[in-house]
Design a protein around this ligand. Sequence first.
Ligand code: ZN
Length: 286
Amino acid sequence: MGKCRLCMKEEALEESHILPKFIFRYQKASSPTGFIRSTKNPNQPVQDGIKLPFLCSEFEDRFAKWETKFSRNIFYPYQTENGQTFPYDEWLSKYLASVAFRVLVYVYEDCGLDYFSRIMLQHAVNSIESLRNYLLGNNSHPGGNRQLLLLLDTLDAVSIRSNPENFNIYMTRAIEFDVITTDVDSFIFVKYLKFLQLCPIYLSYNKGWRTARISHNSGILRHQDHELPDYVMNKMRAGCNALNSSIHLVSVRQESIINSRVTQNLDKLIESPVGKASLAEHLAKS
Ligand SMILES: [Zn+2]
């Protein structure tokens, strides 16, 4: 028993994934070594991400329906390059809001957002309530917590130069989430494989936050250039640097295991998204 984070009733809770399971399943299936490593401790393979008792079965089922819509209509077609334009309905905004809600509540419960200013913390608490009411269907519009979604891909020769080593691997393969604040703005950051989703908590102004917005009704999503605030790009560069420094943490024993698996699967490596991303980066820099 526990309190459901959405309907707030004391109920038997399901084990919920903070980030949907299909993301990790896909990353594992498309990885040349067959399993996932996280940057915090790269010697420990991470199978399917963080999960914890979070929602009652009614809302776990509701979230699962939006996840299925997203994975079938956008996630798999875009990851496997079988689609470039993606018509969507209300489910997209709901799916994105459900992920943003899980991330925000998880980080808030984990550390109390102790790095937020007092005023920004109040905005975060208000955002939890506003996202909750939107997901419950009490509000038909997400208000200030409108979702943004960007379809990522490897960068071209010019754009890659101002970024850290392995940035194309970060862009297409990394999975991470965070709740971020600057002196004036705060937002939820969720990056998985070729998808970047953002949800404002509080914005001092909207510059950089408009073009990637998802309609709460319907629209068409496509891969295109978007404006983004510098601090979002800097967050991605920092994520890439963390990935680069974690490579050095892999123990010698683990490294030889990885190397032997990679050698056994050389064809698979070249065909895999990691192989394609490194090749694209190599070509872009040469
Ligand atoms: Zn519930």
